[in-house]
Each structure stands twice: as C-alpha cells, then as structure tokens.
Design a protein around this ligand. Structure first.
Ligand SMILES: [Fe+2]
Ligand SMILES: [Fe+2]
Length: 331
C-alpha cells in the first residue's frame, strides 16, 4: 500500500464521523472510544460479570449500557464504512490499496475496465453484494498482515506440504493474475508503451523458468526428502532406498538451489527496481506493486527452503545413512 501512496489522486475515504454532538466531553469520549474499541470489548465482558460501573472515556456508566453503546457504535461504524467504500470509484479503491485489485479480479471485476464507476455501480451490474466484496477486502488485508508460521519447529513432512501449497498458490493464483494484469496493459502513446512491451516479452520467460524450477523441486527434491522421512520412521524398501541415496545428495541439491539464478533480475532491471513516476497509470502501478510483492514472497519462500528445509533434510539424510549402516552391521 505504501508503494501506491505516491499517487496524484488522494484517497477520499475517511473514517466516518462519530454520531455524538462534538462538545468537549464527547469528543474526548469519541476518540478514546474509537482507539481502544477492541480492547474495551474484552474488558467489558469482565465488567458485566461483576456488574460494576465502567469507565468509558470521560464518562462512567454501567456495564450493560457500555455494551449497548459499543455494539451500536460498531454497527454504525461498519455501515458507514461500507457505504463510503461503495461510493468510491474503482480506480480510487485500487490506488488506496492494491490488494483490492486482486480481490476484484476474483469477483470477475477487472479494475482497469471500469475505473470511473463506483464499487456500488459495478456490484449492482454484476449482481454482487457490496457488503460481501468489502468483507473480502478486509479479509485480504488481514491475510496480508498475518505473520509467518514458526516453521523451524515443524517436522519436515509439514514443511514440504507448506512449500507445495505455496507452489500451488503461485501457479494457480499469483502468476495467472500477474499475467492477466500485464497482457491487458495498454497505455496511451507515450513514455509507458516501451515498458508495457518489455513486460509482455519478459513475463512469459519468467513464467517458464519459474514453473520449471517448481516442478523440478517437487519431482526430485521433495520426493527424495519424503522418502528419507519415511525411511527414518522405519517405512522403506532397502534396495530402493539404497539406490536413491547413491543417486542423490541433499548437500548437492542445497548447493545447486542456493546458486540458482535469480528469476526476477530481468524484471527488476526493466522496471528500474519497481520505480515509477507519481503520475504513472494506475494499471502500471498495480503491476509494479504485484511484481514486487511476488518477488518478496519468492525471497521468503527460498529462505524457508535454504535455511529450514535443507538443514533439516541434511540431518535426516545423515540419520538414515547411519541407520542403514547399523542395520547392515547386524545382518
Ligand atoms: Fe519452492
Ligand atoms: Fe526453490
């Protein structure tokens, strides 16, 4: 979102006004109320149990009244927020937060086709509920803010499943969306024509390279690691395991993976490290923001593979080799 903040048009949605008349006591009440809203809800639950008075901003009131006020405000705030977003133009919504472009895409709405219509108008034309779309905006924001899992403590089997799922999301969601954004970019004659052409030339090559990397990883590396994991649990065929361990080496896989060339270097080069003028087309801003977000997720993904998966797999391979040695000693 920060990347899209440098735009010509300012976002127009503000927090809705609080419905109390603005005298000194209620203004203080209003802001304290808004800022501490979520924390207070939890505290109120405890106050109800005690049936004591409850300090709310500058006002003391009984706990049941405080609960009513909170829920009434929550209902009012949500409706105002929904209404304000519904009345925003599609391009303003996307400028304000590029994740909304992706949410709209999954609802079948291409933001660049109807930039001047409001969200409410687009939803009405497609039989969609504004409420549902806004809920998905909020969910997408919450998902983006979710911190990563503490994978280092997980068994290797789960880490492989996590990485496979990430591959699936890249192939089925992220890359098709990026491809659609790039292929539909048709700038007016001027300075952005060349970048549109370069992106259309380079993106299919990036796609091919990336898909090849993923399939190679799943077909050879993950398969071998899963075999080691099963063997460590006592589930293996001796000849098959011996042959696989002669043929593969986690250390070599790891070295090759770390040396693997950077798929995004070409994109970074032609986009000038995702730098754009303030008045560049919104469509191009969304493309750059999505490419940068994709690169960041690739870096996180590769870091999990290099720093968590490979060290665990190397330790596993050593343990299985030791296990085989001991077996052969007793036979
Ligand atoms: Fe991967
Ligand atoms: Fe990888």
């Amino acid at each position: 979102m920060a990347r899209l903040n440098s735009v010509c048009r300012k976002p127009t949605v503000q927090d809705p006004p609080y419905p109390f008349s603005p005298n000194a006591a209620t203004v203080s009440f209003q802001f304290r109320f808004q800022d501490e809203f979520r924390t207070l809800l939890t505290q109120i639950g405890l106050q109800i149990m005690k049936n004591t008075t409850y300090p709310l901003g500058n006002i003391s009131c009984t706990a049941p009244l405080a609960v009513l006020l909170h829920f009434w405000y929550f209902y009012y705030f949500q409706n105002q927020h929904m209404h304000a977003l519904g009345n925003l133009r599609i391009d303003d919504l996307v400028v304000e937060n590029r994740i909304r472009a992706k949410v709209l895409f999954y609802f079948g709405i291409n933001f660049y086709e109807t930039p001047a219509l409001t969200l409410a108008q687009v939803c009405a034309a497609r039989g969609l509920s504004v409420q549902q779309v806004v809920r998905e905006f909020e969910q997408a924001d919450a998902d983006a803010a979710t911190s990563s899992l503490p994978l280092v403590n997980y068994p290797i089997e789960l880490i492989i499943e996590y990485l496979k799922h990430a591959h699936y999301v890249f192939i089925k969601h992220t890359l098709p969306y990026l491809g659609r954004l790039i292929s539909s970019f048709q700038p007016a004659p001027g300075p952005y024509v060349a970048i549109g052409r370069d992106l259309n030339l380079l993106y299919p090559l990036l796609l091919e390279d990336f898909i090849h990397h993923i399939y190679e990883e799943e077909d050879t590396l993950f398969t071998y690691m899963a075999m080691l994991d099963r063997a460590h649990q006592g589930r293996y065929h001796p000849a098959g395991l011996y042959y696989a361990m002669e043929k593969n080496s986690i250390h070599q896989f790891s070295a090759a993976h770390e040396a693997h060339h950077d798929e995004m270097s070409g994109i970074r080069h032609i986009t000038g490290h995702y730098h754009l003028d303030r008045c560049a087309p919104v469509h191009l801003k969304v493309i750059y923001a999505e490419l940068q977000a994709f690169e960041e997720s690739l870096v996180r993904h590769a870091s999990i593979e290099n720093n968590i998966l490979f060290p665990k797999a190397e330790a596993l391979e050593t343990a299985v080799r030791q296990m085989l040695k001991e077996k052969s000693r007793f036979n």
